[in-house]
Design a protein around this ligand. Structure first.
Ligand code: PGA
Length: 259
């Protein structure tokens, strides 16, 4: 099962995950990161620039999880814009080495296959950052997504559109469709790091970590992965049945294991 790390707050989680990313980049400057968007990964992105200062990031690569379909890339809420603003620019990365699936209508039929090829050509993703939706989605794999799915177009649930309406003028402006790495794509990454903060995520986290493995809660796919780490604050951990055990085992974790 996933290793669960319960931290006091989102900033602590950000520092913990940023330290692990720095460890990877020191060992291999050509590390391939899987990047999430939304509010959850921000503490990681905020902790990274100071830690990466002085390290060679010219060979670092990144692959975003998902993108809206039909939203112009120049729109401030396209995930291309978000990744550029939150990751590429502050970290001084080469934008050409950080990919986001193409949500352009022109060529959308093969955009998923193109993305899969690009990930394979880069040697696969070393560390995939994940958030989780209140409906249990990871990436934009909504309930019912196949565990074998690869990057493809999906229809967003109304719940997700409402959750993301805060980034737009109204829920009607949130696109209906997205293109997302599949659960099969995500499961190929070498290390999954799922973050969640706040009471609103507690049920989804409990389902993902301790519930049955089911396509009805796509985040539960992490239970199939040999190296998945879930970093949560107390509120997001509040429905975990074995929280005391997770605290105990993390407190006694051998230092050589890393995150
Ligand atoms: P959030 O979204 O980080 O904005 O809460 C998480 C997700 O939908 O995966």
């Amino acid at each position: 099962m996933a290793e669960v790390v319960i931290v006091p707050d989102a900033a602590s989680a950000g520092r913990l995950v940023a330290d692990e990313i720095v460890r990877l980049v020191r060992a291999n400057p050509a590390t391939v990161l899987g990047l999430a968007t939304g509010s959850t990964p921000l503490p990681v992105y905020e902790a990274l620039p100071a830690r990466l200062a002085g390290l060679d990031v010219s060979r670092l690569r990144g692959f975003a999880l998902d993108e809206y379909v039909g939203l112009d890339v120049s729109h401030p809420e396209s995930y291309r814009s978000v990744i550029d603003r939150e990751v590429v620019e502050p970290l001084g990365l080469d934008p050409a080495r950080v990919r986001v699936p193409s949500g352009a209508l022109d060529g959308i039929e093969h955009a998923g296959d193109d993305y899969e090829e690009a990930i394979l050509a880069a040697g696969g993703i070393d560390l995939q950052i994940l958030g989780i939706g209140t409906d249990g989605h990871i990436g934009f794999n909504e309930p019912g997504s196949s565990f074998a799915s690869l990057t493809r177009v999906k229809t967003l649930t109304q719940q997700t559109r409402e959750d993301n309406a805060r980034f737009f003028d109204s829920v009607d402006d949130v696109p209906m469709h997205c293109i997302t790495q599949g659960l099969g794509t995500i499961l190929r990454a070498r290390h999954l790091v799922l973050l969640a903060f706040g009471e609103g995520k507690a049920e989804a986290v409990a389902g993902a970590v301790e519930g049955p493995v089911t396509a009805s809660l796509p985040g539960s796919a992490i239970q199939l992965h040999p190296h998945a780490t879930v970093v949560v604050d107390e509120a997001a951990a509040s429905r975990l049945r074995f929280a005391d055990y997770y605290r105990h085992s993390y407190a006694h974790k051998p230092a050589w294991q890393g995150l």
